[in-house]
Design a protein around this ligand. Structure first.
Ligand code: BGP
Length: 463
């Protein structure tokens, strides 16, 4: 049976400035939180490979984009690094950054690739992080200024803009989990950061509308559908809370233009009031997006708490519910994430049924696998059949959702060329194209790359 997609389906891929650009110290770029965190704690990064060891898109973007074209992909998302465009709080854009991003955008357009530009991918410039980052409300106005500069200089050529990639991640990894500076272990600070980020998103949308740029703008959320262990009321409550913290904290402001009253009350009741100022509701109302990017990797499974938490330990979401390790779940053992293709369908159906069926697309989905070299064939390329299977299983669900009326316009794999994965550095590889780190960063198309070339040519695949 042939699974056909619409003629204008966005076959694409996603990446980000901090993970693929490189040129970290070139062209006047300022260090971001990641560069500084690597300086502080190199041992936390796999094989001690830091953010400057990227795929060098900064110098090799023409090669990458031509390859993208060769595989028939017609859309590509990357990000403009704030630390490059306005280093050290500059008010005048850095000329080298203007040159670089202009060249990237123009090259895409010349090749017939539609640019999707994101403005923040966990990469706070260090000079703002030192002043408190998203904990400091002042950061929001600087971020808005950065967004304004992006619209002014590139707005005439970029049809899709995004305020943030996965804005709930920084609160989780830096303020609840011990993965990024300032390693706060403090849920109150985390949710303050999330709240300020929601305001920053709305400011970006407002700046976008004021700029008059003829394009669409939105946000990219990592939606992890929340499934309870059972229908037991306490399990249901656990799943509800996970959904509230992880998903609704950003779905509500960006899709409904409101901040969740339930979340506000929960934080208040638990003596962690959010830093709400008078008039914030009017700002948040401006945050309703034109388009939503859905990053989907894995669901969250939750259950009622088994034990009473240590009352003196730091408060975390898991103070209120437990993660449920469901027997028999299919796993990606390298990344430790569950593989559950139906979750992508559930995400899209939820947007259709509960959020006005806004225009959406799968902005990230993918499978990180360690030591892919073992699958290299005699022709010299990696036979990543597991990735082809993973993508097909998810695309089948996307297809079903579209058949049932979901307004989903495309599918972007994470990622195109293997890129630097934060603390995991190059441990797990995600791309259609291999990056040979020890061979002058040579790009070699994997079997999945040849496969997607056929898919894009035929607008579908046989199952
Ligand atoms: C998403 C991020 C990406 C990317 C991907 C894979 O959450 O938006 O930046 O890294 O996950 O995750 P990881 O690199 O941690 O394996």
């Amino acid at each position: 049976m042939f699974k056909e997609f619409s003629k204008d389906f966005w076959w694409g891929a996603a990446s980000s400035g901090p993970q693929h650009e490189g040129g970290a110290t070139e062209g006047g770029r300022e260090p971001s939180i990641w560069d500084k965190y690597y300086e502080m704690a190199p041992n936390r990064f796999f094989n001690e490979i830091g953010p400057s060891e990227c795929g060098d898109f900064y110098h090799r973007f023409k090669e990458d984009l031509s390859l993208l074209k060769e595989l028939g992909l017609s859309t590509y998302r990357t990000s403009i690094q704030w630390s490059r465009l306005l280093p050290y709080g500059a008010t005048e854009p850095n000329p080298d950054a203007l040159r670089f991003y202009n060249e990237v955008i123009d090259t895409m357009l010349d090749l017939g690739i539609t640019p999707f530009m994101n403005l923040h991918h966990f990469d706070m410039p260090w000079s703002f992080q030192e002043k408190g980052g998203w904990e400091n409300r002042d950061t929001i106005k600087h971020y808005r200024y950065f967004a304004e500069q992006c619209f002014k200089h590139f707005g005439d050529r970029v049809p899709y803009w995004f305020s943030f990639n996965e804005p709930i991640v920084v609160p989780y990894i830096a303020y609840i989990g011990d993965y990024l500076y300032p390693n706060a272990m403090d849920m109150h600070r985390a949710m303050n950061v999330a709240y300020h980020t929601a305001i920053a998103h709305a400011e970006m949308m407002d700046a976008f509308r004021e700029s008059g740029v003829k394009a669409k703008a939105g946000i990219i959320l990592n939606i992890a559908p929340s499934y309870p262990r059972s229908e037991h009321p306490e399990d249901l409550k656990a799943a509800r809370l996970a959904d509230l913290f992880h998903n609704e904290s950003f779905k509500d402001p960006s899709l409904k233009g409101v901040y969740s009253e339930e979340l506000i009350k929960f934080m208040q009741d638990n003596k962690m009031p959010l830093p709400i100022l008078k008039g914030d509701d009017k700002i948040i109302a401006k945050g309703k997006v034109d388009v939503l990017g859905v990053n989907y990797y894995a669901p969250q499974r939750t259950k009622a708490k088994e034990n009473i938490p240590n009352p003196k330990a730091p408060i975390r979401p898991e103070t209120f519910f437990d993660i449920y390790d469901m027997p028999g779940k299919k796993m990606n053992p390298y990344r430790g994430w569950e593989i559950y293709p139906q979750g992508i369908y559930d995400c899209l159906t939820d947007i259709k049924d509960n959020y006005g069926n806004i225009e959406t697309f799968i902005s990230e989905n993918g499978m990180g696998v360690e030591n892919e070299e073992r699958f290299r064939n005699e022709k010299g390329y990696i036979e990543d059949d597991y990735r082809i299977g993973f993508i097909t299983d998810h695309l089948n669900q996307v297809h079903k959702a579209i058949d049932e009326g979901c307004n989903c316009k495309g599918y972007h794999l994470w990622t195109f060329v293997d890129n630097w994965s934060w603390q995991n550095a190059y441990k797990n590889r995600y791309g259609y194209v291999e990056l040979q780190l020890n061979n002058n960063k040579k790009r070699v198309i994997k079997k999945s790359g040849y496969w997607i070339k056929e898919v894009t040519k035929n607008n579908g695949y046989e199952i």
